[in-house]
Design a protein around this ligand. Sequence first.
Ligand code: PLP
Length: 350
Amino acid sequence: MLTNNLIELNSNENSLGMSDAAKQAVINSLDIGFRYPDDQRAALITKVAEINGVTESQISLGSGSSENIRTVVQMLQNQALVAGKKFQVIVPHPTFAYAELYATSIDVPVVKVPLTTENYAFDLQSMQKVADDFDGISLFYLCNPNNPTSTITDTVKLKEWVGHAPSNHYFLLDEAYSEYVTDPSFESGVAWIREEYSENIVVVRTFSKLCALAGMRVGYAVASPQMIARLEAFISIDNTNLAGAVAALATLDDEDFLALSLRTANQSGQLVEQTLDELGLRYLPSQASFIFHEIKGDVQTYIDRMREHGIAVGREFAPITGFNRLTLGRPDEMAVFVEVLKSFREKGWV
Ligand SMILES: Cc1ncc(COP(=O)(O)O)c(C=O)c1O
């Protein structure tokens, strides 16, 4: 989004900005902007496959991971139609909304299973029951770490569930924020795809977060070669454009930038957590580039007041009330946020 000096902490963008290497790569690519991006897409697929320890036939690029999410929903709906079966999408609630939105737009029923009340975790048993009670194909959309809570799902339980699921249960594991996870127990679903017991798993990843390329629209799916072939039938041909592909490649090669990106998110997280501790506002321990924290008083009033002070904070995520999702921007941005939050406390607003 364009800014008027507004500090934007509402959309989980990476306000560090694109790496210099990515910017230069885009500039350099302009001379060949009249060509189709076959070579650059192929190079990106090779690189992404290498990073994930899978073959190139196990990668499908997306125009952002949003496109990969849409493709999974659409492909399974088509599979169900062809087989004369029913299809449903099961999502935790709240979570990132795109799987639900894409499903709803093509009349696929969506079942929302509330997070547990004690620690806002996925209610795996209840979600599984929804699928067990359904005569048809079910797709679980599981965002790990979850947006908006920024917490991860217990790896052992998740792996056990996915590994023993019947063939009509599919898992879309959205790992948009996995690079930020510090909890050593976290394991990516890509590891399970490598172990080959995984015909029913798709992992989606994005360049929009750690790599700071949200506007370049690059994401990808990792799955078995068979699953990728089925997904590719539903994805836009040549979807990742030249600028996006070269920017992604340059960023992956820029280890200093990736380290800086992670380090600044950590610094910002520490600053915010320390302040929330001081103010006695509860929060979930962040495993992502945002934090879900308590606000005393009406959250919408808080959002409006923050905007009046030049800061766009996130929103409330029903059905959880009294909490706000805050993107971890640059440390200098968070220093401003912290000052404003403290001044709100002095006024008795939070
Ligand atoms: C969990 C999650 N998945 C996917 C996306 C979309 O990412 P992309 O820019 O790759 O489409 C977001 C964006 O905020 C997100 O939070």
